[in-house]
Design a protein around this ligand. Structure first.
Ligand code: NAI
Length: 441
């Protein structure tokens, strides 16, 4: 099939590449010429394990191309995926300007039937807006061309995006006609494995499904984070509690880890957007207010512990940070807890030496050169002369470090662990003062 991806970000590039990998002809469009130039010259604008090889292979095979030419992109694909960003508006609702612009472009240039698929995470009712925008453009051209709009939200996780796309748990498809369902069924046939993965439904339910999934996951995290705070107060250990409840199949072990808060490009904005939708619809999701509030508080938990240990006047002190990306295996810093922590430390006069396996460039892009931030290229270098270490992202590389070497580098052997990477008894035997989240020390 001939497919156009409108928006060549995380989701657009991964989707386009994986669809090319199974034999489709794919053209990825973006309005950002730097991104497209980089892709055309063999570069990859994002860090995502396995993506570079897959892009190169499909470009070489002639199945994957990149363009900034909107008209050519609209003409190319029988299926037009909209995979542009839907960032939060000032009031928290999803800003649909990019989605609408993409829809208008389709209406402006289409000359034959198109199946337009919303892959961006969009509020319920967006398919209607996309349809209206296309109709309006067709109307102003004085033409009447058949098209359909469908919803196909994306559930891939950054850091495991290729695996998630190639071997999905489920593929949600919301349509209002059989032709669209059949086209998408054909497109996704290569990704069906030993049992049916396609969940077909009406468009509004599909749109809501994506928000419901992210809100449910964020709720689990915030609940565990609040339980961890409580466990500390009560002298209990959240890790033992996790094992105790996770064994119940109705609860399950996944996504039950206490930590220093969730971040990223999806959970924070999707929780906010769903809250707004719910409020506007007169059916507020009260639970989500607490989920957000708890997460905001949790991003400061390590700093609270640090202030209790070192006081609030931190001028002249230096802290080491391991992990800057909002989660492992990505360079994404959007809403990352590390940012809240670094900014709090700077506000108290401290300086930071930080290391991340993937997000150093991104950190430099965000903060530039500043005297109170030093970026180093190994975890150990970050420790030299630091008053303490803060662990913010659970990269595998941080899980079994050389404790003796760490002790000799740090000014004092103090670790604030926002991801509970170590066994408290072991690390204390190694001679560290250890501040994990919700664990008994
Ligand atoms: P992104 O910001 O990485 O990429 C969006 C791209 O769209 C940018 O390159 C931008 O230049 C381009 N763009 C904007 N307007 C355009 C237009 N009119 N025509 C062509 N290109 C245009 O965003 P990302 O992370 O890929 O997210 C896209 C959507 O997918 C969002 O709604 C997001 O919530 C959703 N999503 C994101 C996931 C993730 O892990 N990043 C996972 C699942 C869904």
């Amino acid at each position: 099939m001939k497919i156009t991806l409108i928006g060549t970000g995380y989701v657009g590039l991964v989707t386009g590449t994986c669809l090319a990998e199974v034999g489709n002809d794919v053209l990825c469009l973006d309005v950002d010429p730097r991104k497209i130039d980089l892709l055309k010259s063999g570069g990859i604008p994002i860090f995502e394990p396995g993506l570079d090889d897959l892009v190169r292979r499909n470009v070489a095979a002639g199945r994957l191309q990149f363009t900034t030419d909107i008209e050519a992109a609209v003409h190319f694909g029988d299926i037009q995926f909209i995979a542009v960003g839907t960032p939060p508006d000032e009031d928290g609702s999803a800003d649909l300007q990019y989605v609408t612009a993409a829809a208008r472009n389709i209406g402006r240039h289409m000359t034959g039937y198109k199946l337009v698929v919303d892959k961006s995470t969009v509020p319920v009712g967006t398919a209607d807006r996309v349809r209206a925008a296309i109709r309006e453009e067709l109307g102003s051209r004085g033409v009447d061309i058949d098209f359909s709009v469908a919803s196909n939200p994306e559930f891939l996780k950054e850091g495991a995006a290729i695996e998630d796309f190639m071997k999905p748990d489920r593929i949600v498809i919301g349509t209002d006609n059989e032709q669209a369902t059949q086209l998408l069924r054909r497109l996704y046939a290569p990704f069906q494995r030993n049992h049916e993965r396609l969940v077909t439904m009406d468009i509004r339910s599909a749109e809501l499904t994506k928000y419901a999934a992210n809100a449910m996951l964020a709720t689990r995290i915030s609940f565990m984070n609040e339980l961890a705070v409580l466990a500390e107060k009560l002298g209990a250990d959240i890790e033992l509690v996790r094992q105790g409840i996770g064994s119940d199949p109705r609860i399950g072990y996944h996504f039950l880890y206490a930590g220093c808060g969730y971040g990223g490009s999806c959970f924070p904005k999707d929780v906010q957007a769903l809250r707004r939708t719910a409020e506007e619809s007169g059916a507020p999701l009260r639970v989500l207010n607490a989920v957000e509030e708890a997460n905001e508080a949790q991003k400061s938990v390590l700093i609270t512990k640090l202030k209790a240990r070192f006081g609030e006047a931190l001028a002249g002190r230096r802290f080491a940070l391991w992990g800057l990306a909002f989660k492992p295996n990505t360079d994404d810093m959007r809403e990352a807890p590390s940012r809240v922590m670094m900014e709090a430390l700077w506000a108290m006069g401290a300086s930071v030496t930080a290391y991340d396996p993937a997000a150093m460039e991104e950190t430099h892009r965000i903060y530039g050169d500043r005297p109170d931030l030093t970026l180093v290229d190994t975890p150990m270098k970050a420790l030299a002369d630091a008053d303490a270490l803060l662990i913010v992202t659970e990269w595998k590389a941080f899980r079994s470090p050389d404790f003796a070497a760490m002790k000799s580098l740090l000014k004092a052997p103090v670790i604030f662990d926002g991801r509970n990477l170590y066994d408290p008894a072991t690390i204390q035997r190694e001679g560290f003062e250890y501040y994990p989240i919700g664990r008994r020390v």
